[in-house]
Design a protein around this ligand. Structure first.
Ligand SMILES: [Zn+2]
Length: 173
């Protein structure tokens, strides 16, 4: 038995860290290229190695969930940033903000399946389902590693930006 182990990036960790050495900082998710203090958040090597597998997993899941929510909802913040008055029309869009990441799937699904417009409760329910589906699907892909998390969150963010741009077109029409 060797006394040290290597992770996929070739970084050596003491054997007592176990079969699952941290490839990323357990505190902030930064991809660690060497042992020692995390260059991103400054977590000490003691902190990094003291967290057991379960604790790292819980923190990783929280960080992943946080970034997915940011990537999903940040591009839909246009409705709050638009110039112009806070009209009832605008508030009618803000009302559906929680399901806005799934707006277009819900709109298309509501039209095709139920032949209803986007303000129909059936369409709103489909937007909610699409939003939850996106968030959960992205979570399970992103939690498999820090690189996947970066790719998934950027993908969500860029798709969301295009989506938000189309919605703004509908809003302003
Ligand atoms: Zn860190």
């Amino acid at each position: 038995m060797t006394s040290r182990r290597r992770d996929r990036s070739g970084v050596e960790f003491p054997a007592e860290v176990g079969d699952d050495p941290p490839q990323s900082c357990p505190v902030c998710g930064y991809i660690l290229k060497a042992t020692g203090r995390c260059p991103e958040c400054g977590a000490s090597p003691e902190t990094i190695t003291s967290l057991d597998r379960g604790a790292r997993r819980r923190i990783g899941a929280t960080v992943t969930a946080f970034w997915i929510l940011v990537a999903l909802y940040l591009p839909q913040c246009w409705i709050f940033l638009m110039p112009g008055s806070w009209s009832l029309y605008r508030w009618s869009w803000i009302e559906i903000w929680p399901v806005m990441p799934g707006f277009i799937p819900g709109l298309v699904g509501g039209r095709m399946l139920f032949d209803v417009g986007w303000r129909d409760p059936l369409a709103i329910a489909m937007m909610a389902a699409a939003t939850v589906g996106l968030a959960v699907g992205a979570f399970f892909i992103a939690r498999r590693g820090p690189r996947r998390r970066v790719i998934v969150c950027w993908g969500l963010f860029l798709a969301g930006a295009v989506h938000g741009f189309i919605l703004y077109g509908l809003y302003a029409a």
